[in-house]
Design a protein. Structure first.
Ligand SMILES: [Zn+2]
Length: 490
């Protein structure tokens, strides 16, 4: 097929409770590429953009990269940063000349200052630029808060089917193949969406377990029909605190609008019946560390689920570290605590130097008080590593300057940048094999499971403070529609 498709990415998962606003610097720190650099960064990676590139080659379509920008989840995106990225996208599409379609890798839970439905706004702008005759297809994160506007403006939406997200590449391929079929005239897609009044926290909405596993299976069984193009089941992101936050189901059929509505109704009713099953079983930091110290099957992974940078929390929470030091844990490692000040101290002392500094608890002040760590600097690193997967395999990442500090039986990996340490390559990149430790503390809600489940003797989800806590009573919601479960008794 001789088609020219503009490709772009503007991606952010916004936790509206975070006071850490997201500016252009945060996009530059995580990943911001323009034009040919987009191919350089993403071709060959297991990401949606990697999927676009791979499928386009198969289909013989020419992709014209515009901009690819993603920032680590944090607070609301600054309007000037958004305007800048949008302008980059507009210029890229404009410079591409004649195009037949647009493929976008969006998140779905981005909130811009003054624009609660940011992806709906991106799609509105792109639609204005390219007109009604040019199809738009996008990938979305599983945590997208899908709005009517998004469903109306895009010809196809392809959300991740997995949490941990291990199918970004496949969804990119699917969106690109959909584009080819649409341009070839072999399908006439029509869509429906439903949002039951249900907005669970992220931890009990993982797809390998419980209600979402059943709902994904149901979605896939609908997809077996020839006239069904796609059924998306979205966990939503309650912490965005926008009107439409929460579960959503989107059905895309080949020309049968009634069928699309029947499917979304079926999915919504099933989800609602299972609402009480979206519950997490958490233990306090002290209890978690005690249990881990007594466990013989190691390593025990202590998931600090509330302090997940991937959900917009600071990531520098200290409560589990404090418990490790107080209880005298042995062969324990904390992965990671972002704290530029403590990193600076470690670098000034050098390898083998003594270290004494308050660590963590400084970014938003909502994840516990700083902890005084006294010990030695074991290793210093530039923080570069490559994801080995199963998530984002092949993608280059950087923790910023990184130090390993040892205090008693606990190693603490302290780094400069907030980044969800979901890949065991993070500790491996500083010489620590997590399989060879007794206790591994990971700042992650669910994504760590993709790689850690197979190496962990036991996983314990810890009830610490932080902006991704499954305990929604800790938050004061203002924007989300009410009544909604579990915020309201229903
Ligand atoms: Zn997600």
């Amino acid at each position: 097929m001789d088609a020219r498709i503009a490709v772009g990415q503007i991606s952010h998962e916004t936790n509206s409770f975070s006071p850490v606003l997201t500016g252009l610097e945060e996009f530059r720190a995580r990943g911001y590429a323009v034009g040919g650099d987009v191919i350089e960064r993403f071709a060959g990676t297991r990401t949606p953009l990697g999927g676009f590139f791979a499928a386009a080659e198969e289909e013989g379509m020419e992709l014209i990269p515009t901009v690819a920008a993603a920032a680590v989840p944090s607070g609301v995106v600054r309007a000037d940063a958004y305007t800048h990225l949008l302008e980059r996208l507009r210029r890229g599409i404009n410079d591409a000349g004649r195009i037949d379609g647009v493929l976008l890798a969006l998140h779905g839970a981005m909130v811009v200052d003054g624009i609660p439905d940011a992806e709906g706004d991106v799609l509105l702008r792109v639609r204005e630029w390219v007109g009604d005759g040019v199809p738009i297809a996008c990938t979305l994160d599983y945590h997208a808060n899908v709005t009517d506007r998004m469903v109306e403006l895009a010809d196809g939406l392809f959300g991740y089917n997995t949490y941990p997200h291990v199918d970004g590449f496949e969804r990119g391929v699917e969106a690109c193949e959909f584009m080819a079929a649409l341009l070839g005239g072999s399908i006439e897609p029509t869509r429906a969406v439903t949002r039951p009044p249900l907005a669970p926290p992220v931890v009990p909405a993982r797809t390998g377990w419980g209600p979402m596993r059943k709902l994904m299976a149901r979605a896939h069984s609908w997809e077996e029909r020839d006239d069904v193009i796609d059924v998306g089941a979205y966990g939503g992101f309650v912490y965005s605190d926008v009107r439409d936050a929460g579960l959503a189901f989107v059905a895309t059929t080949d020309g049968d609008r009634d069928l699309a509505e029947e499917i979304t109704r079926d999915m919504g009713e099933r989800a609602w019946k299972m609402r009480e099953d979206f519950a997490a079983d958490l233990v306090t930091p002290t209890e978690a560390v005690s249990r881990a110290m007594a466990q013989t099957e190691t390593p025990v992974v202590l998931a600090d689920v509330a302090d997940n940078t991937g959900g917009g929390a600071a990531g520098d929470g200290t409560e589990v570290l404090r418990a490790l030091l107080e209880l005298g844990a042995e062969e324990a490692v904390v992965v990671t605590i972002p704290d530029p000040e403590a990193v600076g101290h470690a670098f000034s002392r050098g390898v083998g130097g003594s270290f004494c500094c308050d660590v963590g608890g400084k970014i938003d002040g909502l994840s516990g008080e700083p902890v005084r760590v006294s010990g030695k600097v074991r290793l210093l690193s530039d923080g570069q590593f490559t994801h080995r997967g199963p998530m984002s395999t092949g993608l280059q990442s950087c923790l910023g300057r990184t130090a390993v500090v040892v205090s008693g039986g606990t190693e603490v990996i302290i780094n400069e940048r907030r980044l969800q340490p979901l890949d065991p390559e993070v500790p491996r990149s500083v010489g620590i094999d997590p399989a060879q430790r007794r206790i591994v503390v990971v700042k992650s809600a669910v994504h760590y499971r993709a790689a850690y489940e197979s190496l962990a003797g036991e996983i314990i989800e810890v009830d610490g403070p932080g902006l991704s806590s499954p305990n929604l009573d800790r938050f004061e919601f203002e924007g989300i529609r009410r009544p909604i479960f579990p915020l309201d008794a229903m």
